[in-house]
Design a binder for this molecule. Sequence first.
Ligand SMILES: [Zn+2]
Length: 470
Amino acid sequence: MRYLPTIGLEIHAELATRTKMFCDCRNDPDETRPNTNICPVCLAHPGTLPVINRAAVEHILRLGVAIGGTIADATEFDRKSYFYPDIPKGYQISQYEHPFIKGGTLAHVAITRVHLEEDTARSTHVGPVGPEPVEGKTLIDFNRAGIPLMELVTEPVIRSAEEAGRFARELQLLLRTLGAGEANLEKGEMRIEANISVSPADGVFGTKVEVKNLNSFRSVERAIAYEIERQSALIESGGKVVQETRGWDEARQETFHQRLKEGSADYRYFPEPDLPALRLSLIPEFSAETLWASLPELPWARRERYQALGLSQDDREYLIADPVRSAFFDEVVRELEGHAESVKLAANYFISDLGGAVGKATPAAFASLIGMFATNQLSSRGAKDTLARMVEEGGAPEDIARENGLIQISDESLLGGVVDVIIAREESAVAQYRAGSVAVLQYLVGKAMQESGGAGNPQAFSELFITKLS
Ligand SMILES: [Zn+2]
């Protein structure tokens, strides 16, 4: 590597609350009719007053505790002034000097701060197309205006595109685990900006470039990799990196100039006079201890627990990625308590089927299916067939397996009878085996499986042939 990349991330995420940040309009990200969830407060009518949404505050504080950050003793909201059609007040209510959370770590990346603000309206620029050309028009939908928005800023300590992608994925997972938001990038519920610079040596900072419009984890990684390469090549050829905001062109897989970067002083931050300062340390429900006690099992704790159960990394991540799926798996594990081997079997054989079973089979039924497989009552094929029927039709695995003739017989006296029949019938194969042809054993086992209607255990048959023919 010619230069040392330094990357910092700024991530916005919409929080899942019943109502908006400062009014009682519904916070419904799935509302498709424009300007439905609106009121004088989020339309910025003169004389209206904001009221702080307690649930949004709680989400951000729980996230803060989860990442090991420090909750502010006292905090306030500030006005961030700028003029844009999607922000009709002429300012956004945000936080500046006193964010709710300072510090903390996630995915080995140090976090600077986490604060709370309101989302802006959504602008749609309409081009000159359609039967009635409306060239130059911008449509504004205020459904999004005032939705609680979390902004998280990392320290500039990330060194690679992969590390940045890992961090963003882990944050999405954490938000989902906490029930704080779905954070779908493609729906705009989570928006990522990356500040990227390259420098010739550690300790010397290069000029940073901000990249926006990153609406998938892949584009985060690709845009960062592209910028590292672009800036390095620029410096190498004697050029100079300029401080600017760039966008990501998904089609061309490259960043492009958007505008030169304005500094924070332009925003004329000052404390929002319409809202009280919050003395968080005086609110018992917002103490770090109480918040900590309210947290579910966090992704990294779950990862460790699954590792201790012997699950592979892929299986661990597959389960952790979906809280509903992992809750189902955890119930199966509870049902199998004390049978460590069965838990491993459950993971190895059935994790790929787990997603389909959630909500259709009960964890108890799933656990008894695994029990039947672990005790050789079902072959892996038979277990998969039984599971498929469980998911489709419901019912207990014992009944399904019996009704469909999938129960594997391991009883020696029963299997022994079948083996005797085959030995008597297949004289020439038996002679070949006795003459030293080991391969013919598979043929005999196959005949025995056929005779038992597929219900025998091939391993048990094989052992019985060897014993009886020796
Ligand atoms: Zn409203």
